[in-house]
Design a protein around this ligand. Structure first.
Ligand SMILES: C[S@@+](CC[C@H](N)C(=O)[O-])C[C@H]1O[C@@H](n2cnc3c(N)ncnc32)[C@H](O)[C@@H]1O
Length: 277
C-alpha cells in the first residue's frame, strides 16, 4: 500500500478519536497560527487550508477573515472531511456555511488551483507529506502576489527540544539529540526567502500537553494520532514492543506527566510583483 493511501485510511479510521482526544491538545498552536494573521494585510482571493483534518481552523478563519473570501479545506482522508463538513453544517450562521467547505484531495500540489489563493494556512499536516520543503516552496509559488503562507508543523527530530515527544516514533531518540542528522527543514526559511518570500515569523513555539502517564501518551498517539498508521502497517505486536521500549525510559511510567514539545511556525509573504508598464 502506498504511504498516501495508508495515511488516508489511517486518518479516516481515527478521525473522530483525533477530534476528541488530540485536537484539543494541539489547539494552542492553532490559536497562535490563526492569531498571527492580520486580515487587513491580505490581497483578494480564497483561503486554502491543506490538511484541514476535522476542520477546526476552517471556522476559526471564517471568524477572523473578511466576509467575501471562500475558505476551502483539503484533506487526504475522507473520514476527516466528513467530520469537517459535519462541523460546517452545524454552524447556525448561514453566510459562514456558504463560505466554508472541505473536500478530499492531496494538498501536496496546489498548482492545479484556478485563481491563486490569498492565504494558504496549514497546521500539523506538512510533516506527513513527502518532500515537505518542496511542498512549502510550491505553496508559496501558488499564492497570489502579496499573499500569505502560514504553516505550523512538527519539526524533524533534530528540531524537537522535548525528548519525550521526539522519541515517540523511535525510543532511541531519547539519546544524543546533538548527534541527530539534519532534518529536512534546515535552511528552509532561506530557501523560501530566495524564492521571493518575506519571512514575517520563523519561530518554534512550545506548549504543554498533559497525559495520565507516558503509556497513556503513547496510546493516544496510536489510537488517535500519527502512530495509528504505524499500527496499520506493522500490526499490534510491533506497537506493543515499541510502547514497552518507550515506557522503559521513564522512572515513573505509570504517573501523570506533562510534556512541552515545540512546533515550528512560519509566516511568509509572497512578493508583490510590480505590474508591467
Ligand atoms: C494531525 S492532522 C492535522 C489536522 C488539523 N489541521 C489540525 O490541526 O487539527 C494531519 C492531517 O493531515 C492530513 N494529510 C496528510 N497528508 C496529506 C496530504 N498529502 N494532503 C492533504 N492532507 C494530508 C491527514 O489526513 C490528517 O487529517
Amino acid at each position: 500500500m502506498s504511504r498516501t493511501r495508508l495515511l488516508a485510511e489511517s486518518w479516516t479510521a481515527i478521525a473522530q478519536q483525533y477530534e476528541h482526544r488530540l485536537a484539543p491538545l494541539f489547539q494552542p498552536w492553532l490559536d497562535e497560527l490563526v492569531g498571527s494573521l492580520d486580515a487587513r494585510d491580505l490581497p483578494e482571493g480564497d483561503v486554502i487550508v491543506p490538511a484541514c483534518g476535522p476542520g477546526i481552523e476552517l471556522l476559526m478563519l471564517a471568524e477572523v477573515l473578511p466576509g467575501e473570501s471562500r475558505i476551502v479545506g483539503i484533506d487526504l482522508a475522507a473520514g476527516m472531511v466528513d467530520v469537517a463538513n459535519t462541523r460546517i453544517a452545524a454552524t447556525p450562521d448561514r453566510l459562514l456555511r456558504q463560505r466554508v467547505s472541505a473536500c478530499v484531495g492531496d494538498a501536496c500540489n496546489l498548482a492545479i488551483l484556478g485563481r491563486p489563493p490569498a492565504l494558504i494556512l496549514s497546521c500539523f499536516g506538512l510533516q506527513q507529506m513527502p518532500e515537505p520543503s518542496e511542498v512549502l516552496l510550491g505553496w508559496l509559488a501558488s499564492l497570489a502576489p502579496g499573499g500569505l503562507l502560514a504553516v505550523a508543523y512538527w519539526p524533524p527530530a533534530d528540531g524537537q527540544q522535548d525528548a519525550a515527544w521526539r522519541a515517540l516514533t523511535d525510543p532511541a531518540l531519547f539519546k544524543n539529540p546533538e548527534a541527530l542528522p539534519l532534518g529536512w527543514d534546515r535552511g528552509i526559511a532561506a530557501r523560501l526567502a530566495d524564492a521571493g518570500g518575506t519571512i514575517l515569523v520563523d519561530d518554534a513555539p512550545r506548549h504543554s500537553m498533559s497525559f495520565g502517564s507516558p503509556a497513556d501518551c503513547f496510546e493516544v498517539m496510536m489510537e488517535a494520532g500519527p502512530l495509528h498508521s504505524r499500527l496499520l502497517r506493522h500490526g499490534p505486536e510491533h506497537m506493543r514492543a515499541l510502547k514497552t521500549s518507550y515506557c522503559s525510559h521513564f522512572k515513573a511510567p505509570s504517573l501523570p506527566f506533562t510534556i512541552r514539545p515545540n512546533a515550528k511556525r512560519l509566516l511568509v509573504r509572497r512578493a508583490v510583483v510590480p505590474s508591467a508598464l
